[in-house]
Ligand binder design. Structure first.
Ligand code: UDX
Length: 437
């Protein structure tokens, strides 16, 4: 069976690579020619653990990059749509890429004998498939959905930095659409691909909502522990680590996503929470809890700046080292990264910034150019610094020691992830731990 993947970002490229490496014949397409060219030559357009090897193996087997989507529509039984749905100013999603792909597929369906299943993996708000995508396909193809082709919503839950593992072993598969032979066929495909993984079959609007529910619940967990972290930070000696570890032992709560920090970032959680808030307001439901989740998240950056001010006094003219630029460890992605927002604020206050990150320097240079300095080691980044701020929890930051502190101008560390041994010879300001005066 041939499989088409349209949109080769984190989701599409991981999916195409994993399927290709498993000997499926995968035809990939991305409208970005440079990106397609790089992929064809075995170079992933972003850093993601295990992606390069998996992708190269797939390219040696059945993964090809196509120049247009007509071959995909003519030949593939499954066509995965994995293009982005970026955030608009008001928080709603920009559907233009999904719509454009669906229009092209619709036109091509008109003249093909193939009867594909179009699988929507892009994150779209509830009702999008039924109210927007199906009418376009009906109109452009003049064919009958459920007979000549079908559309199934299949949201994706993979995490950046774990994209390959999550694609190989997802925690669940959600299929939204009509229970017909096309649905049976996609269910069989997934049963074969992921043995023993639960498959939930529902209608498309529920499938679309499941994705937003998943991400907004994760965001809620993070904001919840961040709220508690702020309370801890104001009680001398109280420690959010012990609180999180203990409540995490209650199986009703669970231990994951209880790491207090500078707030969630990345390409999904902030965007999805905003989109569901926008959607909820539009349908007349006041999203009070999700509004609060966002407000707490925004406050985390403020709290970090307040902590830095407490540690340093005046910021103007001070040399500050920012450790970690990516929105999380093991990625080079700086989209909606708290570090980037923090650097902007510190620059505004007149600080001189040196930044370090094992993977995200190149992307950060595109944002700040020569407005800040960059270091390729934590040691040189901290040289002469008056304050080090740990923002992204890269493992190597937990190894900071006396050697690093010795070359700083002042031994002040603000640690948003509580990674350091508090007994090191420094003035230590961990987020979520109340300072004993
Ligand atoms: C998220 C979802 O986890 C994934 O299921 C979905 O498909 C896409 O969005 P991702 O954006 O890759 O994945 O990152 P994730 O690991 O969820 O982290 C998001 C942000 O939350 C990061 O900034 C991270 O630092 C922060 N975070 C996460 C915390 O601050 N504390 C935690 O306990 C967990």
């Amino acid at each position: 069976m041939r499989i088409g993947v349209i949109g080769l970002g984190f989701v599409g490229l991981s999916l195409a690579s994993v399927l290709g490496a498993k000997n499926y014949r995968v035809m990939g397409f991305d409208s970005d020619r440079t990106k397609s060219f790089e992929i064809k030559n075995g170079n992933p357009p972003f850093y993601e653990p295990k992606l390069e090897d998996t992708m190269r193996l797939a390219l040696k087997k059945g993964f090809t990059i196509e120049d247009n989507i007509s071959l995909i529509v003519d030949n593939c039984k499954l066509i995965f749509i994995t293009v982005g749905t970026p955030q608009r100013k008001d928080g709603s999603i920009d559907l233009s890429m999904v719509k454009s792909v669906i229009e092209q597929i619709g036109k091509l369906l008109k003249s093909t004998k193939n009867k594909p299943i179009i699988v929507i993996k892009s994150t779209v708000v509830p009702g999008t498939t039924i109210n927007t995508l199906l009418p376009i396909l009906n109109k452009k193809s003049s064919k009958k959905i459920g007979k000549d082709f079908d559309v199934i919503t299949n949201p994706e839950f993979l995490r950046e930095s774990m994209a390959i593992n999550d694609t190989i072993s997802p925690h669940a598969i959600v299929l939204g659409g009509t229970k017909n032979r096309f649905m049976k066929s996609l269910e069989r495909f997934y049963q074969k691909l992921h043995k023993g993984i639960p498959i939930i079959i529902t209608n498309s609007q529920t499938a679309e909502l499941i994705k937003y529910t998943n991400n907004s619940f994760l965001a809620t967990k993070i904001s919840f522990i961040n709220q508690i972290s702020n309370i801890c930070q104001s009680i001398p000696g109280a420690n959010v680590e012990d609180v999180a570890r203990t409540i995490g032992l209650d199986p009703r709560i669970g231990s994951l996503f209880l790491n207090a920090g500078p707030g969630y970032g990345g390409s999904c959680l902030p965007k999805d929470v905003k989109a569901i808030i926008n959607f909820s307001n539009k349908i007349g439901v006041n999203p009070v809890l999700l509004d609060a989740v966002e407000a707490v998240n925004d406050y985390q950056l403020e709290n970090l700046v307040l902590t830095i001010k407490k540690a340093l006094g005046k910021i103007r003219g001070k040399k500050i080292t920012v450790l970690g630029l990516a929105f999380k460890a093991d990625t080079d992605d700086i989209r909606d990264s708290v570090s980037i927002k923090l650097i902007r604020l510190l620059l505004k206050s007149g600080a001189k910034i040196t930044a370090h990150d094992p993977k995200a320097i190149d992307n950060t240079k595109r944002v700040f150019g020569d407005k800040i300095s960059y270091s390729d080691s934590t040691y040189s980044a901290l040289e002469g610094s008056e304050c080090g701020i740990i923002v992204t929890p890269w493992k190597e930051y937990s190894k900071l020691n006396e050697k690093h502190l010795k070359i700083m101008k002042k031994r002040i560390i603000v640690d948003s992830r509580r990674m350091l041994n508090p007994n090191l010879n420094m003035r230590y300001y961990p987020i979520g731990i109340g300072k004993i005066r």
